[in-house]
Design a protein around this ligand. Structure first.
Ligand SMILES: Nc1ncnc2c1ncn2[C@@H]1O[C@H](COP(=O)(O)OP(=O)(O)OP(=O)(O)O)[C@@H](O)[C@H]1O
Ligand SMILES: [Mg+2]
Length: 226
């Protein structure tokens, strides 16, 4: 089943007098359960693509469809609901809320919706990211890698149908990186989630089933691995 589609998705920025094309007519079709790696040099448009898919920003031209529904023209409040209920997002810079502790940060998307937290899944996540003893810590008391793992937990805990991750393993040592990959694979398979992961980590290719290679705002290669 097709879960995500873009039609001629384009984003341009005006920088002084120059027009900068950050995304150039992107057409993608993504199936439910796809685990997609997005690779490409700095500035090639990876974060811009994720931001448009996640409804954090609007395209200059083109369309985004999630489960058949056009999302790029939703009102601000409908977009906020869409983000909270249907997508899990891990930002390139983690965006934790500084006056909430680890547990509150992770559970926030569910609590805002008055929905129950699956406590078994929450515990499993905390163990896999080795943060079970840090629930009461605040973001400023955590290392970069720890904050990154909390941001990943927050994106997964409400079992969204689409998970967008921007460099989720950039700050992790090998052991934690392997654990995060294990968690992502588990969540992808257990809940048939669609995942798109921006990364510079070549080993991550082994976990994916499709790879987009980006350059100059375009997807120059789309490789289906298995
Ligand atoms: N708000 C903005 N205003 C102007 N130009 C922008 C803005 N955001 C992004 N760009 C430009 O758009 C292009 C794509 O940026 P983007 O952040 O998507 O790259 P990226 O592939 O994620 O790079 P990195 O690997 O460094 O994170 C870059 O040339 C960038 O300078
Ligand atoms: Mg980026």
């Amino acid at each position: 089943m097709e879960i995500l589609k873009t039609v001629n998705l384009t984003k341009t920025y005006i920088d002084g007098r120059e027009k900068k094309i950050a995304l150039d007519n992107i057409n993608i079709n993504v199936e439910r359960g796809d685990f997609i790696g997005i690779f490409g040099p700095s500035g090639s448009g990876k974060s811009t693509l994720l931001n448009l898919l996640g409804g954090l920003d609007r395209p200059t031209a083109g369309e985004v469809y999630i489960e058949g529904q056009r999302t790029d023209i939703l009102s601000q409040s409908d977009l906020a609901l869409y983000r909270r209920r249907r997508v899990g997002i891990v930002y390139q810079f983690y965006n934790l809320i500084s006056n909430l502790n680890v547990e509150q940060n992770i559970k926030l998307p569910l609590l805002m919706d008055g929905r129950d937290v699956d406590l078994d899944f929450y515990k499993k996540i905390m163990e896999l990211i080795s943060m079970e003893d840090r629930e009461k810590s605040f973001p400023e008391e955590l290392s970069g890698g720890e904050q990154q793992r909390v941001a990943i937990a927050r994106a997964l805990v409400n079992k969204p149908s689409i998970v967008l991750l921007d460099e989720p393993t950039g700050n992790l040592d090998r052991k934690n990186r392997d654990k995060v990959l294990e968690l992502l694979k588990f969540s992808n398979q257990a809940f048939k989630q669609t995942m798109l992961i921006v990364s510079h980590d070549e080993d991550l290719v082994n976990a994916t089933n499709r790879v987009f290679h980006m350059e100059d705002g375009k997807i120059i290669r789309d490789v289906v691995l298995k």
